[in-house]
Structure formats: structure tokens, C-alpha cells
Ligand binder design. Structure first.
Ligand SMILES: O=C(O)CCC(=O)C(=O)O
Ligand SMILES: [Fe+2]
Length: 331
């Protein structure tokens, strides 16, 4: 059986056993769409009638209360967002033979295509995933995928645009917190494309497990419902808004001030779902530590200083670095 769920999902009517989640990991409760998840209009930034300070406060409040918000009127063109989404539709629709040739967990390869990224013991998640490091713009873009046509051009253009947006949002957050979030915090960038094919049994399968993103900030493009966040003891759904980006605060920006948002993705039986995540992070050798200006008696540091790669290595090995790299755990 191909490692890509998308290669065989449409030919089956019953969820294969190794995709059936244990009962406590199923999305089996009723989840409502959250109607108070913040939606922030970035056009305010250039409007003279609305105070820039108001926008800063909106972004800060959303990052503190939810660790997630949607942004509209963000300046990335709708045409570009459509073109990139279509590109990945085409990629996940490629023949089994083509996709299996791409399948690689070889860390030396620039573009990694995973049939399934998170393997939960023997149980698999109902998704395919491709990860493409994009910044610093790889000297080896000639090793990027050549197919579908326009892959290199579109991925580079899209990533450059989302990068600009990221700088804007990180500046707004820094302004709200009263700290300079240095450029070194937003150095590296990867594009992750998730494909959750139509699922024969969404109540037993899971698309992406509950997690917080390990990086600093994520920009997610989605069209079809499936993203849920955990807040105040229960899951709530994030309504896809046309041409919005969902902004997700990751662990590197959380201490006592902002929250890293726990989220997951569920599947559905009506249509496939593609999401495009732009993951921005410090470079691996960057030392991350709580901003000194923000640490005081009321708001103590939770984490010790660590190299970002130390965090990532532990995260990828499932060691929960957000629990182990704390000040209580200095060895
Ligand atoms: O596809 C989604 O809705 C969420 C994906 C996600 O959380 C991730 O790729 O980190
Ligand atoms: Fe995520």
C-alpha cells in the first residue's frame, strides 16, 4: 500500500484498522465553530481613521487570549493564494508512481515529502504532508521539485509574500509587548502542505494530532473546515474565511505573556482538505530566551535559554521540550 493516503483513499469505503484512533484520541465530541475567535483587519494599519495603536492592541490581545487569530486584507494577493492552492492540489493528485518517487524522509533532501508525518505508534494520521524549507532561499532551489510546473516560481513568490506579512505581524506583537523582536527570531521559513483526503469515518480518524507549533509563528491558509483549537477546557472550530490567514503563536513566542495555541485537524467525509502552513522560526543555532524586559517577579521566566535546534531536536523526538527546557529543570 502506498505511503500516501491520497493514493488509495478514494478507493476504500472502510477506514483501515491502522487509521482508527484509540477511543481517547478520537475527535468524537461535538465541536462548535468558535464565534469569538479574533478576526483582524490589517487594512486598519494603513487607514488614517483608525488608530494604529488600536490594531496593536487587537493583535496583542488575540495573541494573549487565544494564541491564534485570523487576518484579512493582509496584502497577499488572492490570485497568488489560489495559484499555490491549485499547485498543491495538482501535486497531491499526481499518480501513485509519481508520488512514490517523491516520498522521502531523507534529511539531506531539500524537499521532504512524507506519506505521514506523525506516526502514533502503529496508528497513522489521515493525511499526507510535504515540507519544503524556503528561507533562507535555498542555494539549491535547483533541487526543489520540478513538477507540477511552476512549483519553484510559485513557492518562492508565495513564501516571499508571506514572509513580509510575518514581519508586519511580528512587529505589531513586539510593539504591543514593548520589546524588539529581533530579526534573528524570524530567520528560517518552511512551507508545509497538508492534504487530508475525504475520509470514510471522520469520527474515528484524526488528521493532525493535538499539538502546539514548535516554531515562533505560523501562517495557515485553508479553505475547508477542519482546524480546531483547545481553549478553556474544550475544542472549538475555526471557521475558514475566504483568503484569510490563520496566525498561530508557537512555543518560541510563549512565556508568561503570549500563549502557544494548542490545535488539531479533523477530517470530513464530504471533501478533501488542503492546508498550507508557513512556519517561521529562528535559525537552529539562535539562542532563544525570555525577553529580559518582560521578566519580573509577577511574570517570571518559564524557560531557560536554549538553542532553537536543541528545542527542535527534542520536539521531533517527542521529548516535550516545553516541559523539559524550563527553569525548574536545569541540570
Ligand atoms: O491543517 C491544519 O488545519 C493544521 C495543520 C497544523 O497544525 C500544522 O501543520 O502544524
Ligand atoms: Fe500546527
Amino acid at each position: 500500500m502506498s505511503n500516501f493516503v491520497s493514493s488509495w483513499a478514494k478507493h476504500i469505503v472502510t477506514l483501515p484498522e491502522n487509521y482508527v484512533m484509540p477511543p481517547d484520541k478520537r475527535p468524537n465530541e461535538h465541536v462548535s465553530i468558535g464565534n469569538n475567535i479574533p478576526v483582524i483587519d490589517l487594512a486598519k494599519a494603513s487607514s488614517s481613521t483608525i488608530n494604529h495603536a488600536e490594531l496593536v492592541q487587537e493583535v496583542l490581545k488575540a495573541s494573549q487570549e487565544f494564541g491564534l487569530f485570523q487576518i484579512i486584507n493582509h496584502g497577499v494577493s488572492e490570485k497568488l493564494m489560489d495559484d499555490v492552492m491549485d499547485l498543491f492540489k495538482e501535486l497531491f493528485d499526481m499518480s501513485v508512481e509519481m508520488k512514490d518517487k517523491l516520498f522521502s524522509e531523507d534529511s539531506n533532501k531539500s524537499c521532504k515529502v512524507f506519506g505521514n508525518r506523525y506516526i502514533n505508534g502503529e496508528i497513522r494520521y489521515w493525511r499526507d504532508l510535504l515540507i519544503q524549507p524556503v528561507f533562507p532561499i535555498q542555494e539549491d532551489t535547483q533541487h526543489w521539485l520540478e513538477n507540477p510546473a511552476r512549483y519553484r516560481e510559485l513557492v518562492e513568490t508565495y513564501s516571499t509574500e508571506v514572509r513580509k506579512l510575518c514581519t508586519t505581524i511580528v512587529e505589531l506583537i513586539g510593539e504591543g509587548l514593548g520589546v524588539e523582536l529581533g530579526e534573528e527570531m524570524i530567520k528560517d521559513q518552511a512551507l508545509g502542505a497538508n492534504y487530508y483526503p475525504t475520509c470514510p469515518d471522520p469520527s474515528s480518524a484524526m488528521g493532525s494530532p493535538p499539538h502546539c507549533d514548535p516554531n515562533i509563528i505560523t501562517f495557515l491558509q485553508q479553505q475547508v473546515y477542519g482546524l480546531q483549537i483547545f481553549k478553556d477546557g474544550h475544542w472549538i472550530g475555526v471557521q475558514p474565511l475566504p483568503y484569510a490567514f490563520v496566525v498561530i503563536i508557537g512555543y518560541q513566542m510563549s512565556n508568561n505573556k503570549l500563549v502557544a495555541c494548542e490545535h488539531r485537524a479533523v477530517t470530513n467525509s464530504e471533501s478533501g482538505r488542503i492546508t498550507l502552513g508557513t512556519f517561521v522560526s529562528p535559525a537552529g543555532d539562535c539562542v532563544v530566551e525570555p525577553a529580559k524586559a518582560l521578566v519580573n517577579g509577577d511574570s517570571p521566566a518559564l524557560y531557560r535559554a536554549f538553542k532553537y535546534e536543541e528545542f527542535m531536536n527534542d520536539f521531533m523526538a517527542g521529548k516535550e521540550p516545553h516541559k523539559t527546557l524550563t527553569l525548574d529543570n536545569i541540570s
